[in-house]
Design a protein around this ligand. Structure first.
Ligand code: HEM
Length: 422
């Protein structure tokens, strides 16, 4: 006998995101899930998928973050070679609950105090200006490679307290870890490269820890190495695991905020002029871009007990996907949610998550986003897409573009500099 729910299973499965056409605009799929089955069992992902704002908050507040895949899970997915990553994840704050989580998070907080974020303001602006200087006279640029990728990567070296010259290397590792975070279904394909990157990053941070003994330098490595709780220090493995978490966490999402946000603005060109001429409009606009094209589309939790969620029985140990990007367009929470409203009020979106694991770097991410959009719109006049078509990376969690070719009015070189180049 055929299963009458089978069609619905296929129609509502997040596996459809592996289709580039669905990935280009996943929001109709998210809306169908929210309307037809807001707490949905996805047999392909072997997970519940939650799409309503209120349910996503319940999941983020009450369910366990202890979800690092076991070596057996990696084996079942055909990528047993990724098992060393599971061991690393069990030491990262993102995958811990309760006191184990707060212990690591409060120690790391010493490296990113509000005062430190404020002092990073000037550095972010200087880096953004230098990147724009390189393209302003060209009249066109690939905004990801030329701007949205290097900006957070250079900042990552500042936060970690490692040499700025290493930023390209740090970016390469981060891209590889990002592939694993949101593409575990086809991680087997990337497994050898991911494991190679992992081994290199572990060796890199082991050396950085050694260097702290002779040449201490402000940053996360230093904060974690010197931190003490009741006289006890973090183990070297814990320091390395959390430096690697920050390496990936501080780059991919910021790149995608800038890339997805610029694409969105270029598709609504009438909104660019006012933003370019009035910097006070930028902070609410960044919040709306975070809501509208959320860089982290989903995160996962595990049920700690048998519970009812939205009328469905969720069993202890089952995985639950909180689809943040769907919750961010829930009409029960946001007025006219499919509309881009850059001045939206009451915009408490879930792009940075919610509760204990609310994004550790959110104040810095907001600052980077605000400076990035302000600088791009002010310094690249009349920007437009070079092609009407946008290619998205296939990644269920991290939403980002492959490239973003843009043209704009080229800056005419000043007379003096013309003279110099002649
Ligand atoms: C636009 C940029 C960013 C977005 C959209 C973003 C999004 C998120 C989200 C949704 C979470 C929660 C994940 C969960 O609950 O499972 C999170 C956690 C985290 N983020 Fe971000 N993030 C961004 C930038 C950053 C930056 C710049 C840093 C570092 C400086 C950072 C470091 C972290 C860390 C360490 C966690 C784990 C926190 C914990 O487990 O307590 N993120 N981020």
């Amino acid at each position: 006998m055929s299963n009458p729910g089978a069609n619905l299973d296929v129609e509502l499965s997040l596996c459809q995101l592996l289709n580039p056409a669905v990935m280009a605009n996943p929001y109709p799929l998210y809306a169908r899930l929210r309307e037809q089955d807001p707490v949905h069992w996805d047999p392909y992902l072997q997970s519940w998928v939650v799409t309503r704002y209120a349910d996503a908050i319940t999941v983020l507040n009450r369910f366990s973050a202890d979800r690092a895949p076991s070596p057996e899970v990696f084996k079942a997915l055909g990528c047993a070679t990724l098992s060393p990553i599971a061991q690393l994840m069990t030491k990262q704050m993102m995958f811990l609950d309760g006191t184990a989580h707060t212990r690591l998070r409060s120690l790391a907080a010493a490296a990113l105090t509000p005062r430190r974020v404020q002092t990073l303001h000037e550095i972010i602006q200087a880096v953004a200006d230098r990147l724009i200087d390189r393209i302003a006279e060209q009249g066109h640029a690939e905004l990801l490679a030329d701007f949205a990728e290097p900006l957070p990567s250079i900042l990552a070296t500042e936060i970690l307290g490692t040499p700025m010259a290493d930023y390209r290397q740090i970016k390469a590792w981060s891209s590889d870890f990002g592939k694993m975070l949101g593409s575990i279904q086809h991680a087997a394909e990337f497994a050898p490269q991911i494991v190679r990157s992992l081994n290199e990053a572990v060796a890199y941070f082991r050396d950085a820890i050694r260097e702290q003994e002779t040449k201490p330098r402000e940053g996360l490595v230093h904060s974690l190495v010197t931190a003490q709780i009741d006289g006890a220090r973090l183990s070297e493995e814990e320091v390395i695991a959390n430096c690697i978490l920050l390496t990936a966490g501080s780059q991919e999402d910021v790149t995608n905020l800038i890339g997805n946000g610029m694409l969105t603005l270029l598709r609504h060109p009438e909104k660019i002029g006012p933003l370019a001429s009035d910097a006070s409009l930028i902070p609410p606009a960044v919040e709306e871009l975070l809501r509208y094209e959320s860089p982290t589309q989903q995160t996962i939790r595990v049920a700690q007990d048998d519970v009812m969620l939205g009328g469905k029985p969720v069993r202890k140990g089952q995985r639950v996907v909180a689809l943040l990007a769907a919750a961010n367009r829930d009409p029960e929470r946001f007025t006219d949610p499919e509309r881009l409203d850059l001045a939206r009020e009451d915009n408490r979106h879930l792009a940075f998550g919610w509760g204990a694991h609310f994004c550790f770097g959110a104040p810095l991410a907001r600052l980077e986003g605000q400076i990035a959009f302000n600088t791009l719109l002010r310094r690249l006049p009349n920007p437009a897409l070079e092609s009407g078509h946008a290619d998205w990376r296939i990644n269920l969690s991290l939403r980002g573009l492959q490239t973003l070719p843009v043209r704009f009015n080229a800056l005419v070189p000043e007379k003096d500099s013309q003279f110099v180049s002649q």
